[in-house]
Design a protein around this ligand. Structure first.
Ligand SMILES: [Zn+2]
Length: 279
């Protein structure tokens, strides 16, 4: 958890009454609701409708959890599918230079290195504890984008469950652009803060360190305001675990699940925003 002193409750209350500019499009945002962990404001611009936490201190978004052994086993199969998907889509190859932002325990970086031994991986990780672990595993590691050695540019950038932790997502995405090769791309995932039918029953609000809750529109706005062409959000089957229920219920149920999930995503909008940002 963050070492930052908590913001006094009264100050948060006072802020709740005010309009606060949307961190994505700068339109006024007003108090919307209180999640388990934070007061949430929503942007009044219907073309954005971004949701964001207020009254959180600097560095609030940084996670320090280790849980390496759990992650390794929980994600091993998913990571293998994901790396195969990226190869298939020509996002990574054997000689790619890849930047893993918010690398955490490094389980994904290790999966990439196992499948593509010559890949050149640089990790960015704010937590001292996790950075030590990544270094022990032989990865090049920086504490932040700003502290990366100059002159580094990458073919592929991973932003997996990162953007929802960042104070200023537009500035962050714009600074990443300076680290991309001319044909480089970013792969991004983030939990959706509000579905097309207005439902907020996603896992965006389950984690105290989340401070940005993107809608499909606010994510597109953030990406465009940061100077990119846009993000093509898509349903990526490789991302989702085949654990619970998979293989049971016979082929009919498996086919139904494969069709039902993407269909539901088409109707309600995705619960998780995932896709490639085009420079
Ligand atoms: Zn906005």
């Amino acid at each position: 958890m963050s070492g930052t002193a908590a913001i006094p409750r009264a100050a948060v209350r006072a802020q709740c009454e005010e309009s606060i500019p949307c961190p994505i499009c700068a339109a006024p945002g007003h108090r919307s609701f209180e999640s388990c962990f934070v007061e949430v404001h929503q942007c009044e611009n219907a073309q954005c409708a971004h949701l964001f936490a207020i009254g959180v201190g600097a560095q609030h978004g940084v996670m320090h959890a280790l849980g390496a052994d759990f992650e390794e086993s929980a994600y091993a199969e998913r990571n293998e599918r994901l790396v195969a998907f990226w190869q298939d889509r020509r996002f990574v190859s054997g000689n790619s230079k890849l930047l893993d932002v918010g690398a955490g325990t490094g389980h994904l970086a290790r999966s990439l290195r196992t499948r593509l031994p010559a890949i050149d991986i640089h990790c960015v990780e704010e937590s001292d504890l996790l950075r030590e672990r990544l270094e022990r595993d032989g990865f090049a590691v920086s504490k932040s984008l700003d502290s990366m050695p100059p002159g580094h540019s990458f073919h592929a950038v991973l932003l997996i469950e990162v953007i929802e932790h960042v104070d200023d997502p537009v500035d962050f995405l714009a600074r990443l652009k300076g680290h991309l090769e001319p044909d480089g791309r970013i792969f991004l995932t983030t939990p959706c803060g509000e579905l097309r039918n207005g439902s907020r029953t996603t896992n965006a609000y389950d984690t105290p360190e989340h401070i940005q809750f993107f809608t499909e529109r606010s994510l597109q706005t953030a990406v465009e305001n940061a100077g990119y062409r846009g993000i093509a959000c898509e349903y990526i089957e490789a991302l989702y675990p085949r654990g619970a229920g998979a293989g049971r219920g016979g082929p009919f149920r498996r086919i139904a699940t494969r069709i039902a999930k993407p269909l539901l995503a088409t109707l309600q909008g995705p619960r998780h925003l995932t896709g490639f940002i085009e420079p």
